[in-house]
Design a binder for this molecule. Structure first.
Ligand code: ADP
Ligand code: 5GP
Length: 190
């Protein structure tokens, strides 16, 4: 039987670069990473693909999944629901793959509680400063001004929770941040 994989949780405020870092990490075949595609009720952004970036579902479908216990964790983030599918994550871990969850702080806390003592690595990505975070969020050009405002307000509360994670990594130079996270994962994999 394969050795159970490592569950890796990556959080950080909206626009800090989680998705960018994750995609670069996924390119390293040696890490044997599987990205857990979440379910969400938010609208698809231009360029996103259903089943790749998220499983885009309506409220009714999401609530049904919650009722059936289909999520490992789930939460509401700035007016939309997000959840990690339990079955897929457990199946990949059982097969020995390492699974990356890119989720916000509420969901991460649920995982920390549920998976205490298990093979879990939690990493919080920090921005160099608030101005840079705003620049990245605005520069990405995917949200309306009022959504950007709501996400920035949320960011302050999220940053206060960075200390609850195993490691905090500043995403200033992208290459260095990816390398730092890659080293943390490698060290845990032994
Ligand atoms: P998140 O997934 O955390 O919301 P993204 O990965 O979408 O953030 O990144 C937000 C924006 O910031 C994107 O336009 C991305 O290209 C850019 N970005 C990410 N990391 C860096 C970095 N280290 N330096 C400059 N820009 C970055
Ligand atoms: P976005 O709308 O920018 O894709 O994601 C908004 C926030 O929700 C980000 O912090 C992202 O990491 C988080 N997120 C994405 N999927 C999940 C999930 O399944 N569960 C939780 N708790 N957060 C998620």
């Amino acid at each position: 039987m394969a050795k159970r994989g490592l569950l890796i949780v990556i959080s950080g405020p909206s626009g800090v670069g989680k998705g960018t870092v994750r995609e670069l990490l996924m390119g390293d075949r040696e890490l044997d990473l599987v990205y857990s595609v979440s379910y969400t009720t938010r609208a698809m952004r231009p360029g996103e693909k259903d089943g790749v970036d998220y499983h885009f579902v309506d409220e009714t479908t999401f609530r049904k999944m919650v009722a059936e216990g289909g999520f490992l964790e789930h939460t509401n983030f700035v007016s939309h629901n997000y959840g990690t599918p339990k079955k897929e994550v457990f199946a990949a871990l059982e097969e020995g793959h390492n699974v990356i969850l890119e989720i916000e702080v509420n969901g991460a806390h649920q995982i920390m509680k549920k998976c205490k003592g298990e093979n879990l690595l939690t990493i919080f990505i920090l921005p160099p400063d608030r101005e840079t975070l705003l620049e990245r969020l605005v520069g990405r050009d995917t949200e309306d001004p009022e959504v950007i405002k709501a996400r920035l307000e949320k960011a302050s509360r999220e940053l206060a929770m960075a200390k609850d994670y195993d490691y905090q990594i500043v995403n200033d130079d992208l290459g260095k941040a990816v390398e730092a996270i890659r080293s943390l994962i490698r060290a845990r994999l032994g």
